[in-house]
Write a protein that binds this ligand. Structure first.
Ligand SMILES: C[S@@+](CC[C@H](N)C(=O)[O-])C[C@H]1O[C@@H](n2cnc3c(N)ncnc32)[C@H](O)[C@@H]1O
Length: 350
């Protein structure tokens, strides 16, 4: 059956295959279809009385939905979602512009502007529609506690979690409970380059599996131990190991890495926590001649080219000689502050 609906104005219309979905399940179905990459993003979704019409790339069958054909308005893809939102904010009489900086994890939109928390729900609905998002979060940063709890609030949409795909790995997490840093993407990709087959890898601060899952992807014959103290992060770590079918290579270890790693010997040690210098003794206890240690550290501009000297000195006090291999700036961390990833090699135990 083909329905044609008359629209006012001069909007360009296109006849397209679509799924007619009851409103109550529309968010869930849309999120599923977006993940399958079958939605025609160049066409505007239509909201009818009790149904939502989602344009798809080819005919598709899905329980609880009807496959139909309808006319759809063509989205103006030459205009960015930010610009489209700004135009609509103006039309709705809302002051201020949408921030240029935002993040999308999966189908969730993260913004940092506090003034957005007081907008009417219909404005959030409009923003979500323009970004094809299912939820909108206010991101107020990461707390100072050692377990790096985020200060993130759900402003609009579906509760419960986000699934983000990066470099072929699926990360599920609840952004109101655990952190995810978009800036570390190059470090995560480096871990996936297959350096660790037949090696034992210990990720002392695994979180939800940011680095661990990439190591496991690139080095399927590595033996990996992933430590995590925060019970919320640990639950997501276990879920993500299962989701990516990596139970055979990753051993999740709950609790404090200072005790959970007791008795382990490692060829590669990941220390993705800014307090990592305080955990040097634990890392060295697991090391042997040739072990590589990757520490994530915050440095200021004045010490960026010498920060490792103090770490080498501390290692020597603990009875080990270590050499710096290289360092990479991951991102700026504030005025004159840098997040640096520094790789060391253990050259001798005295
Ligand atoms: C900064 S997050 C991981 C960040 C990730 N590597 C990145 O840079 O995006 C550090 C993780 O270490 C965990 N953690 C903190 N202290 C720990 C400890 N003593 N033993 C094990 N995990 C710990 C925290 O709960 C947190 O999930």
């Amino acid at each position: 059956m083909v329905k044609r609906i008359a629209y006012g104005g001069s909007a360009k219309m296109v006849l397209c295959e679509c799924l007619s979905v009851p409103k109550s399940s529309a968010n869930k179905v849309l999120s599923y279809l977006l993940k399958q990459d079958v939605v025609r993003k160049d066409l505007k979704i239509r909201y009818e009385m009790n149904h939502v019409l989602i344009p798809v790339k080819s005919p598709i069958k899905l329980d609880g939905t009807l496959a139909e054909r309808h006319d759809f308005q063509v989205r103006d893809l030459t205009v960015s979602p930010v610009e489209r939102v700004n135009r609509k904010l103006e039309e709705m009489g809302i002051e201020g512009r949408f921030p240029d900086k935002f993040i999308m994890f999966g189908d969730s939109l993260f913004i940092k502007e506090k003034r957005f928390q007081r907008l009417p729900l219909k404005v959030f609905g409009m923003i979500a529609k323009e970004f094809c998002a299912n939820s909108i979060y206010l991101d107020r940063g990461i707390g100072e506690s050692p377990i790096r709890e985020p200060d993130v609030k759900l402003l609009w949409g579906r509760k419960g979690g986000v699934t983000h795909e990066e470099n072929g790995i699926f990360y599920s997490f609840d952004p109101t409970k655990v952190m995810f840093s978009p800036g570390n993407v190059n470090s995560r990709i480096w871990e996936s380059k297959g350096h660790f087959n037949e090696k034992t890898v210990v990720d002392m601060f695994a979180g939800i599996g940011y680095f661990t899952l990439q190591v496991a992807k690139g080095s399927p014959r590595a033996r990996i131990f992933a430590c995590e103290l925060n019970p919320n992060s640990f639950d997501f770590l276990v879920q993500n190991i299962r989701k990516n079918r990596m139970e055979d290579r990753i051993n999740p270890l709950p609790g404090d890495c200072r005790s959970s790693t007791y008795g382990l010997r490692a060829d590669y040690i990941l220390m993705g926590h800014f307090d990592s210098p305080q955990f040097l003794a634990t890392a060295l206890r697991m090391s042997h001649k040739g072990t590589m240690i990757n520490m994530h550290i915050i440095c200021d501009t004045a010490t960026i080219n010498s920060h490792w000297i103090g770490i080498q000195r501390r290692a020597r006090e603990l009875g080990y000689l270590i050499d710096i291999l290289d360092q990479k700036v991951v991102k700026s961390y504030g005025p004159h502050l840098w997040h640096v990833s520094s790789r060391f090699i253990v050259t001798a135990a005295l």
